[in-house]
Write a protein that binds this ligand. Sequence first.
Ligand SMILES: [Zn+2]
Length: 256
Amino acid sequence: MAPVTTPAVVLQAWRYSETSKIVRLATRDLGVQSAIAKGALRPRSRFGAGLEWLSEGVAHLYHRESRDLQVLGAFDLIDLRRGLARDVARCAGAAAIAEIVLRMAPAAPLPGAYDALTTGLTSLVTAPAADVDAAALRAAWCVLGALGFEPSLARCARDGTPLEPDPARSVPFSIAEGGVLCPRCAAARGVIRLPPTAYRDLRALVDPAHPLPTLDAAHAAAHRRLIARFVRHHYGEAGALHALDFWTRRSWDAAS
Ligand SMILES: [Zn+2]
């Protein structure tokens, strides 16, 4: 059986035996896949040091649809993304984005989500410190959008009515409906109100063509909470989302 070669990012990696690792990969061509890397922990392993958390490479996968655990034949490292470890904000944002992919992406080709993931991770490495939160929020929304969960911000999420919200007033937003609501639909239960600034910044965040908005600590925290609620609702399972929780609660910079 010839291996499938596909660009891949290591979403999780853990020791499986004395010499092997199990990895969960976001692959461009096969979606999220679990694989065993036999011999990866041997001193002169052909995997070298490439199978690290969030490193990117080309995976050579012996892939069979019928099995849950694939066999990783090789991983040609492209980028270790060491820069993510520069500070906790970058690391926490990257972990949350990786978790969204891990939990919400299928085992099916996902070129759009894969590209959003790698673009987002790169932006987290390169962003100036003041832009890290905004970069992480954009990356998370872009990944969600590529997975089919793009929030509706210009039309009512329920009935499609085009909206031109009054820039001085808050905008009704429904997590369950997946976006903003027209005045007629906004009477429903469970509708939250985005302050005008939050709405404007959200529109900028979801659109990579738009310059990143400048978010102070309190606004960044509010945007993190919004996306966490959005993910929780659309993930639809009670499973733990530890990285997302950590990223959401990260509040030491807002406290002082
Ligand atoms: Zn409506």
